[in-house]
Design a protein around this ligand. Structure first.
Ligand SMILES: NC(=O)c1ccc[n+]([C@@H]2O[C@H](COP(=O)([O-])OP(=O)(O)OC[C@H]3O[C@@H](n4cnc5c(N)ncnc54)[C@H](O)[C@@H]3O)[C@@H](O)[C@H]2O)c1
Length: 430
């Protein structure tokens, strides 16, 4: 098939590369001229494992190319995938301007693609409202198929998703959709666009709920002298619960959970409905970094000119994305307290950390960041942090030599044995 993928972020670029690997002739369309120029120079605008190799191979095969506008295409398209951003407005609502603009650009084509698949996350009811505005030509070809890939495993997730959800009012498009997504082996859920939209939000809200739930239990573990590691082991082995997303720590961040939970809460407000459970999930998550900051302030009160080393700036290990990462709220707070802050991350580029974290010094290695620090704050479970030489780090740190493990990823017993003070979430008894 001749396919256009509009919007080359984590989702769109992964889709473009994987679809061309599946044999389609793909043009990736990117509106940001800087990002487009980078891609044309064979450079990724962000880090995603396996994507550079895939993109290089796809470009060499001639099945992948890039364009700045969908109107640059001469020949008609068989299919178009829209994977532009749907960020959060200050009100908490989803900003759908990128989605509307991308669909309008497809509507303006002399010949409409046979299939138009929206992948961006949009609130329940959006497809119906947009299609009513955009007209019947696009509506007849429209499918809403939410994307569930995770950054850090995007290529693998695209090729082997847990399920493919297709929301459409025109079942005749299913053949085209199967042809487009050939090679992605997964059960299909075929439903209405509104149901498909709700499935995506419900999935993210549920996963966020699991994390906030385990964080509440972990906080209580600290009070009662229980160990969250043992509790989670006993909890996660129950097949009705499962072990995924039961890791206590500093809480969730990133480009999806924060904006999607708030957008869903906002949809409810629009319908004059309250969602107390979802509100509590968000509140608990916002409280986790504040709680760790309290522990940091408490332990550095008597230290003159405290030096804090931070390990990990992205919202999780394996990505360079700092959108809504815990570091985004915690580091400015540390600076505001007058601490000197030195940070290290394996993937976040130095120019990004200079722009995003003013006042924070960047170290070349994690060990270098920790040298001379009074406190080490761990914000991702990057391999280099978990596997660091903690004995050497202990020898180079200054009292109180406190390690605050925001990901519960370090060996508490070992760290204490090498002379470090250790604090995590729900591990006081470990
Ligand atoms: N990142 C994830 O892990 C993930 C996972 C599942 C779903 N999603 C959803 O998928 C969508 C895309 O997410 P992302 O993280 O890839 O977004 P992103 O912000 O990283 O990338 C979006 C890209 O679209 C481009 N763009 C915007 N308007 C355009 C237009 N009219 N024409 C061409 N390009 C345009 C932007 O310049 C940007 O490069 C969002 O709705 C997100 O919620 C993301």
């Amino acid at each position: 098939m001749r396919v256009a993928v509009i919007g080359l972020g984590y989702v769109g670029l992964t889709a473009a590369v994987c679809l061309s690997q599946a044999g389609h002739e793909v043009t990736g369309v990117e509106a940001d001229p800087e990002r487009l120029a980078r891609l044309r120079e064979l450079r990724l605008p962000f880090f995603e494992p396996g994507l550079l190799e895939g993109m290089t191979g796809a470009l060499r095969s001639g099945r992948l190319s890039f364009a700045g506008d969908v109107r640059e295409f001469g020949d008609p398209l068989d299919a178009a995938i829209v994977a532009v951003g749907s960020p959060q407005l200050p009100s908490g609502r989803a900003d759908l301007s990128q989605v509307t603009a991308a669909l309008q650009s497809l509507e303006a084509l002399p010949l409409a693609p046979r299939l138009v698949m929206l992948k961006s996350t949009v609130p329940p009811g959006t497809s119906r409202r947009m299609l009513a505005r955009l007209g019947p030509a696009l509506a007849r070809r429209y499918v809403y198929s939410p994307e569930f890939l995770s950054q850090g495993t995007a290529v693998r997730d695209w090729q082997a998703p847990a399920r493919i959800v297709i929301g459409t009012d025109n079942k005749e498009l299913l053949g085209e959709a199967r042809e487009l997504l050939r090679g992605c082996e997964a059960p299909w859920v075929v439903t209405t666009p509104t149901n498909a939209e709700m499935i995506k939000y419900a999935a993210n809200a549920f996963l966020a709920t699991k994390v906030s739930f385990v964080n509440e239990i972990a906080n209580l573990c600290d009070d009662v002298g229980a160990s969250i590691d043992d509790v989670v082991e006993g909890l996660g082995l129950d097949p009705r619960i499962g072990p995924a997303f039961l890791k206590a720590g500093v809480g969730w961040g990133g480009s999806c959970f924060p904006k999607d939970t708030r957008a869903l809460a906002n949809v409810a407000v629009g319908h004059r409905r309250s969602l107390p459970l979802l509100e509590a999930v968000i509140t608990v998550n916002n409280r986790q970094p504040v709680m760790l900051l309290g522990a940091i302030h408490g332990s550095l009160q008597r230290v003159a000119e405290p030096l804090v080393a931070v390990g990990g700036l992205s919202f999780k290990a394996g990505t360079d994305d700092t959108r809504e990462a815990p570091s985004r709220t915690m580091l400015p707070e540390l600076i505001a307290q007058g601490y000197r802050v030195v940070a290290w991350d394996p993937l976040v580029a130095c120019e990004v950390s200079e722009r995003v974290f003013p006042g924070v010094t960047r170290a070349e290695t994690f060990e270098q960041a920790a040298a001379g620090a009074h406190l080490v704050l761990v914000l991702t479970d990057a391999r280099e942090i978990v596997g660091a030489d903690w004995g050497a780090i202990s020898r180079q740190m200054q009292a109180p030599k406190l390690v605050v493990d925001g990901r519960n990823c370090l060996d508490a017993t070992f760290l204490r044995a090498v002379g470090l003070n250790y604090r995590a979430v729900g591990r006081a008894a470990s």
